[in-house]
Design a protein around this ligand. Structure first.
Ligand code: SAM
Ligand code: SF4
Length: 335
Protein backbone atom coordinates (compact mmCIF):
# COMPACT_ATOMS: atom_id res chain seq x y z
CA UNK A 1 0.00 0.00 0.00
CA UNK A 2 1.26 3.50 -0.87
CA UNK A 3 1.60 5.73 2.20
CA UNK A 4 -0.69 8.72 1.64
CA UNK A 5 1.93 11.22 2.85
CA UNK A 6 4.40 10.19 0.14
CA UNK A 7 2.54 8.97 -2.92
CA UNK A 8 4.25 7.99 -6.14
CA UNK A 9 3.61 9.98 -9.32
CA UNK A 10 0.54 9.17 -11.40
CA UNK A 11 1.89 7.06 -14.26
CA UNK A 12 -0.06 5.25 -16.97
CA UNK A 13 0.63 1.87 -18.53
CA UNK A 14 2.79 3.53 -21.22
CA UNK A 15 5.06 5.18 -18.66
CA UNK A 16 3.65 8.70 -19.10
CA UNK A 17 4.06 10.66 -15.86
CA UNK A 18 1.20 13.08 -15.18
CA UNK A 19 2.02 16.65 -14.16
CA UNK A 20 -0.83 18.82 -15.47
CA UNK A 21 -4.42 18.99 -14.33
CA UNK A 22 -7.20 20.67 -16.35
CA UNK A 23 -10.19 21.51 -14.26
CA UNK A 24 -13.54 22.72 -15.48
CA UNK A 25 -15.20 25.05 -12.98
CA UNK A 26 -18.53 25.29 -14.81
CA UNK A 27 -20.28 24.02 -17.92
CA UNK A 28 -22.12 27.36 -18.30
CA UNK A 29 -21.13 29.95 -20.85
CA UNK A 30 -22.17 33.42 -21.95
CA UNK A 31 -21.71 32.64 -25.67
CA UNK A 32 -22.45 29.57 -27.84
CA UNK A 33 -19.50 28.72 -30.09
CA UNK A 34 -20.84 26.16 -32.54
CA UNK A 35 -17.66 24.04 -32.32
CA UNK A 36 -18.19 23.52 -28.60
CA UNK A 37 -21.89 23.78 -27.68
CA UNK A 38 -25.30 23.29 -29.24
CA UNK A 39 -27.42 26.44 -29.64
CA UNK A 40 -29.92 25.25 -27.08
CA UNK A 41 -28.35 23.73 -24.01
CA UNK A 42 -29.35 22.33 -20.63
CA UNK A 43 -26.69 23.21 -18.07
CA UNK A 44 -25.95 21.17 -14.95
CA UNK A 45 -27.95 21.99 -11.82
CA UNK A 46 -25.84 24.10 -9.46
CA UNK A 47 -25.78 21.50 -6.71
CA UNK A 48 -24.06 19.07 -9.09
CA UNK A 49 -21.10 21.41 -9.58
CA UNK A 50 -18.14 20.95 -7.25
CA UNK A 51 -17.60 23.69 -4.68
CA UNK A 52 -14.25 25.50 -4.59
CA UNK A 53 -13.42 23.56 -1.41
CA UNK A 54 -14.10 20.25 -3.18
CA UNK A 55 -11.95 21.25 -6.15
CA UNK A 56 -9.16 22.39 -3.82
CA UNK A 57 -9.23 19.05 -2.01
CA UNK A 58 -8.86 17.10 -5.26
CA UNK A 59 -5.99 19.39 -6.28
CA UNK A 60 -4.26 18.85 -2.92
CA UNK A 61 -4.46 15.08 -3.41
CA UNK A 62 -3.21 15.35 -7.00
CA UNK A 63 -0.41 17.74 -6.03
CA UNK A 64 0.88 15.22 -3.48
CA UNK A 65 1.84 12.99 -6.45
CA UNK A 66 3.74 15.70 -8.33
CA UNK A 67 0.95 17.37 -10.29
CA UNK A 68 2.26 20.93 -10.43
CA UNK A 69 0.42 22.73 -13.23
CA UNK A 70 -3.27 23.65 -13.14
CA UNK A 71 -5.43 25.05 -15.91
CA UNK A 72 -8.92 26.29 -15.07
CA UNK A 73 -11.41 26.10 -17.87
CA UNK A 74 -15.05 25.38 -18.61
CA UNK A 75 -17.61 26.30 -20.00
CA UNK A 76 -16.60 29.85 -19.36
CA UNK A 77 -14.68 30.00 -16.05
CA UNK A 78 -15.32 33.72 -15.55
CA UNK A 79 -19.10 33.28 -15.38
CA UNK A 80 -18.57 31.41 -12.12
CA UNK A 81 -18.68 33.95 -9.30
CA UNK A 82 -15.43 34.87 -7.59
CA UNK A 83 -13.22 32.38 -9.38
CA UNK A 84 -10.30 34.36 -7.92
CA UNK A 85 -11.09 32.70 -4.58
CA UNK A 86 -10.40 29.30 -6.09
CA UNK A 87 -7.16 30.61 -7.59
CA UNK A 88 -6.14 31.87 -4.18
CA UNK A 89 -6.87 28.47 -2.63
CA UNK A 90 -4.95 26.57 -5.30
CA UNK A 91 -2.02 28.97 -5.17
CA UNK A 92 -1.44 28.09 -1.54
CA UNK A 93 -1.48 24.34 -2.23
CA UNK A 94 1.89 22.66 -1.70
CA UNK A 95 3.39 21.59 -5.00
CA UNK A 96 1.30 23.81 -7.29
CA UNK A 97 3.75 25.90 -9.31
CA UNK A 98 1.69 27.29 -12.14
CA UNK A 99 -1.95 28.30 -12.51
CA UNK A 100 -3.38 29.17 -15.90
CA UNK A 101 -6.90 29.93 -17.10
CA UNK A 102 -8.62 29.72 -20.47
CA UNK A 103 -11.39 32.25 -21.08
CA UNK A 104 -13.46 33.64 -23.93
CA UNK A 105 -12.47 37.07 -22.61
CA UNK A 106 -15.97 38.56 -22.48
CA UNK A 107 -15.88 39.22 -18.72
CA UNK A 108 -12.13 39.61 -18.47
CA UNK A 109 -11.76 43.39 -18.50
CA UNK A 110 -13.45 43.58 -15.08
CA UNK A 111 -11.70 40.58 -13.58
CA UNK A 112 -8.12 40.68 -14.92
CA UNK A 113 -6.73 42.64 -12.01
CA UNK A 114 -8.22 40.48 -9.26
CA UNK A 115 -7.23 37.27 -11.06
CA UNK A 116 -3.64 38.45 -11.25
CA UNK A 117 -3.68 39.74 -7.68
CA UNK A 118 -4.79 36.34 -6.34
CA UNK A 119 -2.17 34.31 -8.12
CA UNK A 120 -3.18 33.57 -11.71
CA UNK A 121 0.09 33.19 -13.64
CA UNK A 122 -0.98 32.82 -17.24
CA UNK A 123 -4.07 33.43 -19.33
CA UNK A 124 -5.31 32.15 -22.70
CA UNK A 125 -8.02 34.13 -24.43
CA UNK A 126 -9.98 32.44 -27.18
CA UNK A 127 -10.54 34.54 -30.27
CA UNK A 128 -11.07 33.15 -33.76
CA UNK A 129 -11.74 36.36 -35.67
CA UNK A 130 -11.47 40.15 -35.52
CA UNK A 131 -14.53 40.55 -37.72
CA UNK A 132 -17.70 41.30 -35.69
CA UNK A 133 -20.07 39.52 -38.14
CA UNK A 134 -17.90 36.42 -38.20
CA UNK A 135 -17.56 36.52 -34.43
CA UNK A 136 -21.34 36.48 -34.19
CA UNK A 137 -21.60 33.67 -36.72
CA UNK A 138 -19.18 31.48 -34.76
CA UNK A 139 -20.32 32.32 -31.23
CA UNK A 140 -24.02 32.96 -31.99
CA UNK A 141 -23.69 36.04 -29.78
CA UNK A 142 -22.23 39.55 -29.91
CA UNK A 143 -19.21 40.44 -27.80
CA UNK A 144 -16.09 41.02 -29.89
CA UNK A 145 -15.48 44.47 -28.35
CA UNK A 146 -15.62 42.99 -24.84
CA UNK A 147 -13.09 40.31 -25.78
CA UNK A 148 -10.74 42.94 -27.23
CA UNK A 149 -11.08 44.98 -24.03
CA UNK A 150 -10.33 41.81 -22.06
CA UNK A 151 -7.14 41.22 -24.04
CA UNK A 152 -6.00 44.79 -23.38
CA UNK A 153 -6.75 44.41 -19.67
CA UNK A 154 -4.77 41.15 -19.50
CA UNK A 155 -1.77 42.83 -21.15
CA UNK A 156 -2.12 45.83 -18.86
CA UNK A 157 -2.09 43.88 -15.58
CA UNK A 158 1.04 42.02 -16.67
CA UNK A 159 0.34 38.30 -16.62
CA UNK A 160 3.45 36.19 -17.14
CA UNK A 161 1.89 35.09 -20.41
CA UNK A 162 -1.10 36.29 -22.46
CA UNK A 163 -1.96 34.12 -25.40
CA UNK A 164 -4.72 34.03 -27.99
CA UNK A 165 -6.20 30.63 -28.93
CA UNK A 166 -7.88 30.42 -32.31
CA UNK A 167 -9.77 27.40 -33.62
CA UNK A 168 -9.29 26.96 -37.34
CA UNK A 169 -12.10 25.71 -39.55
CA UNK A 170 -12.28 25.24 -43.30
CA UNK A 171 -14.57 27.68 -45.07
CA UNK A 172 -14.82 29.91 -42.00
CA UNK A 173 -11.50 31.05 -40.63
CA UNK A 174 -9.05 31.06 -43.59
CA UNK A 175 -9.61 34.80 -43.96
CA UNK A 176 -8.94 35.37 -40.24
CA UNK A 177 -5.45 33.86 -40.09
CA UNK A 178 -3.43 36.80 -41.35
CA UNK A 179 -5.36 39.55 -39.49
CA UNK A 180 -5.08 37.56 -36.24
CA UNK A 181 -1.36 36.98 -36.76
CA UNK A 182 -0.78 40.71 -37.39
CA UNK A 183 -2.94 41.65 -34.40
CA UNK A 184 -1.00 39.37 -32.04
CA UNK A 185 2.31 40.72 -33.33
CA UNK A 186 1.19 44.29 -32.78
CA UNK A 187 -0.02 43.53 -29.26
CA UNK A 188 3.17 41.62 -28.46
CA UNK A 189 1.29 38.48 -27.42
CA UNK A 190 1.43 34.86 -28.50
CA UNK A 191 -1.07 33.25 -30.84
CA UNK A 192 -1.89 29.58 -31.13
CA UNK A 193 -4.06 27.90 -33.70
CA UNK A 194 -5.97 24.79 -32.62
CA UNK A 195 -7.27 22.31 -35.15
CA UNK A 196 -11.03 21.80 -34.94
CA UNK A 197 -11.66 18.55 -33.01
CA UNK A 198 -14.70 16.23 -33.00
CA UNK A 199 -16.16 17.66 -29.78
CA UNK A 200 -18.72 20.07 -31.25
CA UNK A 201 -22.15 20.34 -29.69
CA UNK A 202 -24.04 19.45 -32.86
CA UNK A 203 -21.92 16.37 -33.58
CA UNK A 204 -21.49 17.46 -37.18
CA UNK A 205 -17.67 17.54 -37.24
CA UNK A 206 -15.98 16.01 -40.21
CA UNK A 207 -12.37 15.91 -41.21
CA UNK A 208 -12.93 18.20 -44.16
CA UNK A 209 -13.72 21.04 -41.73
CA UNK A 210 -10.25 20.89 -40.19
CA UNK A 211 -8.11 23.74 -41.42
CA UNK A 212 -4.71 22.14 -40.83
CA UNK A 213 -1.93 23.73 -38.84
CA UNK A 214 0.39 23.13 -41.80
CA UNK A 215 -1.86 25.18 -44.12
CA UNK A 216 -2.12 28.00 -41.56
CA UNK A 217 1.63 28.11 -41.10
CA UNK A 218 2.06 28.38 -44.84
CA UNK A 219 -0.43 31.28 -45.01
CA UNK A 220 1.41 33.11 -42.23
CA UNK A 221 4.81 32.56 -43.82
CA UNK A 222 3.67 33.91 -47.16
CA UNK A 223 1.71 36.91 -45.87
CA UNK A 224 3.08 37.88 -42.47
CA UNK A 225 6.67 36.76 -42.06
CA UNK A 226 8.97 33.75 -42.08
CA UNK A 227 9.09 31.51 -39.03
CA UNK A 228 11.68 29.39 -37.31
CA UNK A 229 11.02 26.68 -34.69
CA UNK A 230 11.58 27.39 -31.00
CA UNK A 231 12.38 24.89 -28.29
CA UNK A 232 9.50 23.43 -26.28
CA UNK A 233 9.11 24.97 -22.84
CA UNK A 234 8.43 21.46 -21.47
CA UNK A 235 8.32 18.02 -23.08
CA UNK A 236 4.54 17.61 -22.79
CA UNK A 237 3.66 20.94 -24.42
CA UNK A 238 0.93 20.20 -26.98
CA UNK A 239 1.84 23.06 -29.34
CA UNK A 240 4.69 23.35 -31.77
CA UNK A 241 5.87 26.94 -31.46
CA UNK A 242 7.65 29.17 -33.94
CA UNK A 243 9.06 32.67 -33.78
CA UNK A 244 9.14 35.22 -36.58
CA UNK A 245 12.64 35.50 -37.96
CA UNK A 246 12.41 39.29 -37.59
CA UNK A 247 12.13 38.71 -33.82
CA UNK A 248 8.61 40.19 -33.61
CA UNK A 249 6.52 37.56 -31.89
CA UNK A 250 5.59 33.92 -31.84
CA UNK A 251 2.93 31.67 -33.24
CA UNK A 252 2.13 28.07 -32.29
CA UNK A 253 0.09 25.21 -33.68
CA UNK A 254 -1.88 22.61 -31.77
CA UNK A 255 -2.37 20.09 -34.54
CA UNK A 256 -4.44 17.66 -32.49
CA UNK A 257 -6.01 16.04 -35.54
CA UNK A 258 -3.21 15.94 -38.11
CA UNK A 259 -0.25 15.58 -35.74
CA UNK A 260 -1.46 14.11 -32.43
CA UNK A 261 0.87 14.60 -29.48
CA UNK A 262 -0.57 11.83 -27.28
CA UNK A 263 2.82 10.17 -26.83
CA UNK A 264 4.01 12.94 -24.52
CA UNK A 265 0.67 13.72 -22.84
CA UNK A 266 0.97 14.52 -19.12
CA UNK A 267 -2.62 15.74 -18.56
CA UNK A 268 -5.44 14.59 -16.34
CA UNK A 269 -8.84 16.28 -16.27
CA UNK A 270 -11.89 16.85 -14.13
CA UNK A 271 -15.29 18.07 -15.28
CA UNK A 272 -17.32 20.68 -13.40
CA UNK A 273 -19.41 17.97 -11.74
CA UNK A 274 -16.33 16.17 -10.46
CA UNK A 275 -15.94 13.44 -13.07
CA UNK A 276 -12.31 12.51 -13.49
CA UNK A 277 -11.07 11.82 -17.04
CA UNK A 278 -7.78 10.46 -18.32
CA UNK A 279 -8.16 12.11 -21.75
CA UNK A 280 -10.21 14.76 -23.56
CA UNK A 281 -11.48 11.92 -25.76
CA UNK A 282 -12.05 9.39 -22.98
CA UNK A 283 -15.40 7.61 -23.25
CA UNK A 284 -15.33 6.72 -19.55
CA UNK A 285 -15.31 8.89 -16.43
CA UNK A 286 -14.51 8.22 -12.78
CA UNK A 287 -16.80 9.77 -10.19
CA UNK A 288 -14.83 11.81 -7.66
CA UNK A 289 -17.85 13.84 -6.55
CA UNK A 290 -19.52 10.87 -4.92
CA UNK A 291 -16.28 10.08 -3.09
CA UNK A 292 -15.93 13.72 -2.00
CA UNK A 293 -19.50 13.85 -0.72
CA UNK A 294 -19.51 10.51 1.09
CA UNK A 295 -16.54 11.05 3.37
CA UNK A 296 -13.94 9.16 1.32
CA UNK A 297 -10.30 9.44 2.38
CA UNK A 298 -7.60 11.18 0.32
CA UNK A 299 -6.20 7.75 -0.31
CA UNK A 300 -9.49 6.58 -1.86
CA UNK A 301 -9.65 9.69 -4.07
CA UNK A 302 -6.11 9.10 -5.26
CA UNK A 303 -6.85 5.41 -5.88
CA UNK A 304 -9.74 6.43 -8.16
CA UNK A 305 -7.46 8.78 -10.12
CA UNK A 306 -4.86 6.06 -10.48
CA UNK A 307 -7.44 3.55 -11.67
CA UNK A 308 -8.54 6.00 -14.34
CA UNK A 309 -5.01 6.80 -15.51
CA UNK A 310 -4.12 3.09 -15.59
CA UNK A 311 -6.80 2.75 -18.28
CA UNK A 312 -5.57 5.68 -20.37
CA UNK A 313 -5.35 4.76 -24.05
CA UNK A 314 -2.11 5.19 -25.99
CA UNK A 315 -3.72 7.80 -28.26
CA UNK A 316 -7.06 9.45 -29.02
CA UNK A 317 -7.37 7.66 -32.37
CA UNK A 318 -9.36 10.41 -34.18
CA UNK A 319 -8.02 9.13 -37.48
CA UNK A 320 -8.88 5.49 -36.88
CA UNK A 321 -11.95 3.93 -38.50
CA UNK A 322 -13.21 2.71 -35.13
CA UNK A 323 -12.85 6.15 -33.43
CA UNK A 324 -15.71 6.76 -31.04
CA UNK A 325 -16.26 10.34 -29.93
CA UNK A 326 -17.08 10.97 -26.27
CA UNK A 327 -20.76 11.34 -25.38
CA UNK A 328 -19.98 14.84 -24.05
CA UNK A 329 -19.19 17.97 -26.07
CA UNK A 330 -16.25 20.26 -25.30
CA UNK A 331 -18.13 22.59 -22.91
CA UNK A 332 -19.17 19.59 -20.77
CA UNK A 333 -15.62 18.29 -20.49
CA UNK A 334 -13.48 21.42 -20.33
CA UNK A 335 -11.10 22.30 -23.13
N1 SAM B 1 -14.82 29.31 -22.48
C1 SAM B 1 -13.41 29.31 -22.46
C2 SAM B 1 -12.84 29.64 -23.82
O1 SAM B 1 -13.57 29.60 -24.79
O2 SAM B 1 -11.66 29.94 -23.87
C3 SAM B 1 -12.80 28.01 -21.94
C4 SAM B 1 -13.41 26.74 -22.40
S1 SAM B 1 -13.22 26.37 -24.12
C5 SAM B 1 -14.03 24.81 -24.21
C6 SAM B 1 -11.48 26.02 -24.19
C7 SAM B 1 -10.86 26.05 -25.56
O3 SAM B 1 -11.38 24.99 -26.33
C8 SAM B 1 -11.14 27.32 -26.35
O4 SAM B 1 -9.90 27.85 -26.80
C9 SAM B 1 -11.97 26.86 -27.49
O5 SAM B 1 -11.76 27.63 -28.63
C10 SAM B 1 -11.51 25.43 -27.66
N2 SAM B 1 -12.46 24.55 -28.33
C11 SAM B 1 -13.76 24.39 -28.06
N3 SAM B 1 -14.31 23.47 -28.87
C12 SAM B 1 -13.31 23.03 -29.68
C13 SAM B 1 -13.23 22.06 -30.74
N4 SAM B 1 -14.30 21.36 -31.12
N5 SAM B 1 -12.05 21.87 -31.34
C14 SAM B 1 -10.95 22.59 -30.96
N6 SAM B 1 -10.96 23.48 -29.96
C15 SAM B 1 -12.13 23.72 -29.34
FE1 SF4 C 1 -18.19 28.99 -24.34
FE2 SF4 C 1 -15.56 28.53 -24.57
FE3 SF4 C 1 -17.33 26.79 -25.52
FE4 SF4 C 1 -17.10 29.10 -26.73
S1 SF4 C 1 -15.50 27.55 -26.56
S2 SF4 C 1 -19.04 28.10 -26.16
S3 SF4 C 1 -16.64 30.42 -25.07
S4 SF4 C 1 -17.03 27.28 -23.43
Amino acid sequence: MIPSDNPLPIVDSFGRVHKSFRISVTDRCNIRCFYCMPESVQFLPRQDILSFEEIARVVKVAASTGISRIRLTGGEPLVRGQVWKLIQMLKSTDGIEDIALTTNGILLANQAEELKAHGLDRINISLDTLNPAKFEKITRRKGLDQVLAGIDAAIEVGFEQVRINAVSMTGITETEIVPLARFAREKGIELRFIEFMPLDGDESWDRGQVQTGAAIKQAIESDVGSLRPVERSHAAQPATDFEYTDGMGRVGFINSVTEPFCESCDRIRMTAEGKFRNCLFSTREWDLRTLLRTGASDHAILAEMRESVAEKAAAHGISRDDFQRPAKAMYQIGG
